[in-house]
Design a protein around this ligand. Structure first.
Ligand code: ZN
Length: 116
């Protein structure tokens, strides 16, 4: 349950998705050699690929993914992207959340492989 913008208490279908996103941030800190998974070169390369492709996306699409592109391709957007990919892998059908397969396919593949 959550308060909506109109001040009405409504059922939220994003609780599980938001929780899985936050667990994704926690998982990110479990990278080997005390490095965040989202800072490792393979993930950085995947993110750069997806990020560069999105730079030429429509304005609407760019608005949708602006949270994941924050910080001009730096660690902030990468970290959010990693966490949301994790939430997607945990089950987007029940989570809701961003369609990372559409916007960040390379990042999603990386996280999928990591969790296999
Ligand atoms: Zn986050």
């Amino acid at each position: 349950m959550k308060w909506n913008r109109g001040g009405v208490y409504v059922k939220s279908n994003r609780v599980v998705g938001a929780l899985n996103h936050e667990v994704g941030h926690a998982y990110d800190t479990s990278g080997l050699n005390s490095k965040l998974w989202s800072t490792k070169s393979a993930f950085r390369a995947a993110y750069r690929k997806d990020y560069n492709k999105l730079r030429s996306a429509s304005v609407v699409d760019k608005q949708k993914v602006s949270y994941y592109m924050q910080g001009d391709g730096g660690p902030a957007g990468r970290s959010e992207t990693f966490a949301e990919c994790f939430a997607n892998v945990m089950g987007r059908e029940i989570n809701g959340g961003m369609d990372m397969d559409r916007y960040f396919p390379n990042c999603l593949s990386y996280v999928k492989e990591l969790l296999d």
